[in-house]
Design a protein around this ligand. Structure first.
Ligand code: ADP
Ligand code: ASP
Ligand code: MG
Length: 451
């Protein structure tokens, strides 16, 4: 299909009947929106993660299932065919209960993914009914038949070429039909047909991957705010909307914690040069943000972002002085344990490294004792948790004299654990204690983005 738009709706955009109805209106307002990927109803994935934790008593399992029932029944109560829809949701709840009991005996990442996938399966099923009830033909599509990943349960890696060929075979022909195709974000499957997930918040990434595989002209991310702002409007209510952003700026923002986009979302968009639009499903008339390869404006300071749950590892070894191969040895340990390193800073006898605690559905920390033990064999290891990263995102920061001074002045009152600058011309990061990070972000925003 020419000019295909893929629209993704997040949890709050499908969280209740009214939200689903606004999202429906957004879809039908654009005749090119033939493919729709949605998240679980708001709050559902968190409940499912808890059910998968393996530590819920029988009574608590029933309590959580009742919460799931209430969320979905509120939507069903405003739809036709109530009995059929309720029966369908009850089948899901029965299966979730069985799996939660199984998790109590032996929890696993594989089982967690199976449990959490029910969130998107249920919401997409109800969304299709809302379309049909409104006289718009829509078809439910199980994304797991095309979204192929490896077997890293909890945060799987998509196999892009396989996804492209499966989409060509199974999804593209449907897009030429009359119906709007409604599918799930976040969930996927491995070659054995087991359910996997792309990590928390992964529906944005799903939409971008589907957009890439189906040759979409645009990817629209519909959420609860009218676009990307100069910082999270929940932290700074008077933050300003940004009309357009480059891929690079948006990717930096997402990587450094702007939850509005999953950090991997831009990767498929960049590969295919597909523009990404971010807007509010409740207030689409307010406009939004276009993320494109190039923009007209290139402000030195574009935005500020906050990434919580950071861990700092400082590795110290006097043998580092004048020696070669020490860094290689350190990074080979991280590679062996599959841990991705974020920021790095080195001195004569030590290396400081930051890691993010997982975005996997398992909520697993990125720190394994085995990895630390292996590092301890050749250096002294100090681990500090409870940290946040505050990142200033901009353009060409290193080429304009005095810019960094302004950034440093804005946080003069706050102790900083680590500073990273230089590897990219587009961000300047400060690692600080979690309890001071929000105040520091507010100050930075005030000094650099409100003038
Ligand atoms: P969805 O469920 O639609 O995926 P998310 O909660 O994942 O929505 O992302 C939207 C939220 O991202 C907003 O409500 C906002 O609090 C947060 N956010 C963080 N940084 C920004 C930013 N720079 N601009 C806009 N929203 C942001
Ligand atoms: N439902 C999943 C989550 O809450 C994925 C998403 O919403 O993007 O993490
Ligand atoms: Mg999200």
């Amino acid at each position: 299909m020419e000019n295909l738009d893929i629209a993704k709706f997040g949890g709050t955009s499908v969280g209740n009947f009214e939200a689903m109805t606004s999202s429906y209106r957004v879809v039908i307002a654009n005749k090119n929106t033939k493919l729709v990927a949605i998240s679980a109803c708001s709050g559902v994935t968190n409940i499912l993660v808890e059910l998968a934790s393996g530590s819920c008593s029988g009574a608590h399992i029933d309590e959580l299932l009742e919460k799931l029932r209430t969320i979905h029944n509120e939507i069903i109560s405003k739809l036709d065919n109530k009995e059929e829809l309720s029966a369908h949701i009850e089948d899901h709840l029965k299966e979730i209960k069985k799996l939660a009991i199984q998790a109590n005996m032996e929890k696993s990442d594989e089982l967690t993914d199976r449990i959490v996938s029910h969130g998107e399966l249920m919401s997409s099923y109800l969304f299709v009914h809302l379309f049909n009830q409104n006289g718009t033909k829509a078809e439910w599509f199980d994304v797991r038949s095309v979204m192929r990943t490896d077997s890293t349960f909890g945060c799987a890696t998509p196999l892009v070429e396989v996804v492209a060929s499966l989409c060509k075979e199974k999804l593209l022909p449907l897009l030429d039909g009359e119906s709007i195709i409604i599918t799930q974000g976040f969930i996927a499957s491995n070659a054995e047909g087991q359910t996997t997930t792309l990590g928390r918040g992964g529906s944005d990434y799903s939409a971008a991957l589907l957009g890439e595989a189906c040759n979409a002209k645009t990817i629209s991310i519909w959420t609860d705010v009218p676009g990307v702002y100069t910082t999270d409007p929940r932290l700074v209510p008077h933050a300003k909307p940004i009309a357009e952003l480059t891929y690079l700026e948006a990717a930096e923002m997402a990587t450094f914690g702007a939850k509005i986009l999953h950090p991997s979302t831009l990767v498929p968009a960049v590969r295919q040069g597909i523009p990404v639009y971010v807007g509010s499903s409740r207030e689409p008339e307010k406009g939004g943000t276009w993320v494109r390869p190039y923009t007209e404006s290139h402000p030195a300071f574009r935005a500020v972002a906050l990434r919580k749950n950071q861990t700092l590892i400082v590795l110290y070894s006097p043998k580092m002085v004048g020696a070669s191969g020490f860094l290689a040895k350190v990074f080979s340990v991280f590679a062996k344990f599959g841990r991705s390193v974020d920021l790095v800073s080195t001195s004569e006898v030590s290396i400081a490294i930051t890691l993010d605690t997982g975005t996997a559905t398992s909520g697993k920390s990125h720190l394994s004792e085995g990895m630390l033990d292996e590092l301890r064999q050749f250096c002294h290891v100090k681990v500090e948790t409870g940290l946040s990263l505050v990142a200033i995102i901009g353009n060409d920061m290193s080429n304009i004299p005095g810019l960094t001074t302004r950034a440093f002045d804005s946080i003069e009152k706050y102790p900083v654990k680590m500073i990273c600058y230089g590897a990219s011309n587009h961000n300047l990061c400060f690692l600080m204690n979690e309890d001071k990070a929000v105040q520091a972000l507010v100050e930075i925003h005030k000094h650099l983005l409100e003038k």
